[in-house]
Write a protein that binds this ligand. Sequence first.
Ligand SMILES: [Fe+2]
Ligand SMILES: [Fe+2]
Length: 299
Amino acid sequence: MTANLPRYDKAFDPGPVELHARDVHFDVSDAPLEWIPGHPVPSHVISTLNLFLPEGERWFVRTFNEALPLVRDEQLASAMRGFVGQEAVHADTHDKALRDYLVRGGIDPDPAERQMAWIFRRLLEPRETDSPRKAHKNLTERLWLIAAIEHYTAVLGDFALNSGWARGGAHPGMTDMFQWHGAEEVEHRSVAHEVATYFDNSYLSRIRAMVISILGLFLIISRTTRYLLKADPERNYPFPQVIVGWLRGVRAGHVPSLWSVILTTVPYFSTKYDPADVGSTAQAVAYLAASPGARGGAQ
Ligand SMILES: [Fe+2]
Ligand SMILES: [Fe+2]
């Protein structure tokens, strides 16, 4: 997404890799709220991920654990177990960052967390029904929603790996945490799509889920960002300042432009869509091998 940076050549992509959760540690205990220096708005925009990812990723885990006993393809089941392990660690890591970083910075995450809990534990929980057919349909709808959301986590993961954070002097622990997460999102980007296709290979289901996901993600990210900007005890953010801050962040490679994210959605509507076309496994694996926090140690 940041065209000025060198990109990994797809010809060297190793293809699917065996997925496993990593033992990680990221020290964000001294990260300021403005963890990307000179860019408070992009700092908050990226930090919203700490607020909604834990609930969202635990919902992924519960839904995949519900689907796993129904999968007869051992290769797919193994990829699902790797996916579940990675998403569970992502959720715990962002939960911890929420306490070590946001709460310490003077932001109360409770109101935003309650909203996320309502969305992911009530609105999107399995429907109670006596009909096995309806229960199965409900499960496949949730699996397609996860596949659609995972399109964006891969897009954002690719963005994180090629962002301007490190060269902009961003906090190393926060940078590593978001890039490690981004790399694992790129690494497992095909799993949710394959699972949803295995259960219900329907173009209509795929597109319906994408439309719902676009609206849902836009609402969640814009509401949570607004909440963080309002709760920031250090400064006020009048609306024009938010727009200018965002655009400056886009230019510096600290946040993706809305336009670039919309553009990545176009291929999803093609019948030939392949999640592997987003990002580079080679780049993700190379990052994971070098990430200080993912190599089992502190920063
Ligand atoms: Fe994740
Ligand atoms: Fe993911």
